[in-house]
Design a protein around this ligand. Structure first.
Ligand code: SF4
Ligand code: SF4
Length: 82
């Protein structure tokens, strides 16, 4: 089975605000996924320094330029690592 970083409840259209899945009616977390996964259309807009795992850490590739709304090729998703 393929392992995919992008397919998790965190970026699924069916995740409601209280971390409950609209399809299954149970609490889920960012490390879950299922066959009903539907990619949120806005995911691309979330890619910037604020959502980067490396933001304000020693891992940041561009600490002088990192800021909300900025992005570089070293961006890594915060939530996939939770
Ligand atoms: S359990 Fe499935 S349908 Fe529900 S939020 Fe997670 S990926 Fe989406
Ligand atoms: S996107 Fe690049 S510059 Fe921004 S926090 Fe991540 S590593 Fe740093």
């Amino acid at each position: 089975m393929a392992i995919r970083l992008g397919n998790s409840c965190e970026n699924c259209e069916n995740l409601m605000t209280n971390n409950t899945c609209k399809v299954h009616g149970v609490k889920v977390s960012s490390s879950y996924t299922c066959d009903s996964f539907e990619m949120k259309a806005v995911l691309k807009d979330d890619r910037n320094c604020v959502t980067c795992l490396r933001y304000e850490t020693n891992e940041c590739a561009n600490p002088q330029k990192a800021a909300p709304g900025m992005l570089c090729s070293q961006w890594a998703p915060q939530n996939a690592m939770a």
